[in-house]
Ligand binder design. Structure first.
Ligand code: CU
Length: 158
């Protein structure tokens, strides 16, 4: 039996890949929409890039100072703007997924205090392997670029 189990172990070793971890996910330009002070909710956007060789699944998000944080997707149906909660946001290996206005976003619901322009909101992303990654999203009005951003192909370290 020893030989057989060795063979099985070897087979598994060949098939198994390293679990996807947060370390392989690069998060670019996280930002939060500056909402009117009385707004019930606002949204966070960012670009997720998976530099690894296995898919990365974001299954939850959280942020301090908000009652509820959910993964959402906006879409248009018969001219109506709607959004639906997502169980996960999958970032395929080697690809990028944009969380952007009109599409995927992280919904920040029920702020204790209205976020103000320039505020940095830590958003924790949780992955299906149990790992987490926290990004700092800057609050700014829709349609504006965060201050100090450059498109020089620089790598962001976290
Ligand atoms: Cu939403």
């Amino acid at each position: 039996m020893k030989r057989l189990s060795t063979l099985i172990a070897a087979t598994f070793a060949a098939v198994m890949t390293l679990p996807a971890s947060a370390a392989e996910l690069e998060v670019h330009e996280p930002w939060v929409v500056l909402a009117p002070p009385a707004a019930y909710a606002t949204a966070a956007f960012m670009e997720l890039h998976n530099a690894g060789e296995t898919p990365v699944n974001v299954v939850e998000a959280d942020a301090p100072g908000f009652e509820t944080v959910e993964l959402h997707r906006s879409f248009n149906e018969d001219g109506m703007h709607r959004m639906v909660r997502q169980d996960r946001i999958e970032v395929p290996a080697g690809e990028s997924v944009a969380l952007a206005p009109g599409g995927l976003h992280i919904m920040l619901i029920g702020p204790e205090q209205a976020p103000t322009e320039g505020q940095r909101i830590p958003i924790e992303l949780r992955f299906d392997d149990g790992s987490t990654q926290t990004v700092e999203a800057v609050v700014h009005p829709r349609g504006e670029r965060p201050a100090g951003h450059s498109h020089g192909g620089d790598h962001h370290h976290h």
